[in-house]
Design a protein around this ligand. Structure first.
Ligand code: HEC
Length: 211
């Protein structure tokens, strides 16, 4: 560490900038506030030069040589990567008319994840229901097919897509893709006959054929 005060123009001399004082009317003193002509701190000067270097590199890299893509080009690149990915892994086609519950562990696991994230708030952690939503583990259903005397995944699919008017069950059409709905409903149907704690009292009609 040197003992020279770098912030002063001439180390060792008084702070007042005598040089410029005479040049302007009243010098660099206004109402007792003195304007000094101190040397800029080193870190400030280095930062200043760094910004100039940065600007030159930026200008050359982005605008002159076009080494790096600008925002719009970057966006277009990402879109084309995404569309390639989509082409390589197309969304599974869900045949709603002939839909049946999925049974593979991977599908049920994916359905369970969606259930925990979105549905359990109203239908209970284990599908037991709560003050808001109905129990999924018993044989009683509100939205079954009373004529065919069955509850199919298609009946339930309709509830998730359309919601149940006038209840807290809203449409999840914009939040979940058809395959995600099929997965979460398959998970829900797999809960039939489990006996979770604190089950909600039955609601709706009792069905023998569920699934
Ligand atoms: C904000 C609370 C809420 C959330 C979140 C919610 N539900 Fe519901 N759900 C309800 C209510 C309330 C009902 C009963 C509707 C009625 O009375 O017709 C219901 C009914 C249902 C039914 C029909 C049950 C029957 O007995 O026929 C299905 C299926 C269903 N929900 C699936 C889901 C799925 C899948 C999710 C997550 C993606 C979900 N719900 C999220 C509140 C909710």
């Amino acid at each position: 560490m040197s003992n020279i005060d770098e912030t002063k123009l001439n180390p060792g001399e008084p702070e007042i900038d005598e040089l410029t004082k005479d040049r302007y009317l009243g010098g660099h003193e206004y109402d007792g506030i003195r304007e000094l002509d101190n040397k800029l701190p080193r870190w400030w000067v280095y930062l200043f030069f760094a910004t100039i270097i940065f600007a030159v590199v930026y200008l050359l890299g982005y605008h002159v040589t076009k080494w790096w893509p600008l925002q719009e080009a970057e966006y277009a690149n990402e879109l084309s990567v995404a569309s390639d990915l989509k082409k390589a892994n197309p969304d599974p086609v869900v045949d709603i008319e002939n839909m049946i519950p999925l049974t593979t562990a991977a599908d049920l696991e994916a359905g369970h994840a969606t259930f925990k994230k979105i549905c359990s708030a109203c239908h209970g952690q284990n599908g037991e229901g709560n003050a808001v939503g109905p129990n999924f583990t018993d044989q009683y259903w509100i939205h079954g097919d009373t004529i065919a005397k069955t509850v199919t995944i298609k009946n339930l699919y309709k509830v998730v897509i359309e919601g149940a008017t006038g209840t807290a069950m809203v449409s999840f059409k914009s939040q979940l893709s058809p395959i995600q709905i099929q997965q979460v409903l398959s998970f829900i149907l797999s809960l039939q006959g489990t006996n979770p704690q604190n089950p909600k009292a039955p609601q709706g009609v009792k069905y023998e054929k569920i699934g």
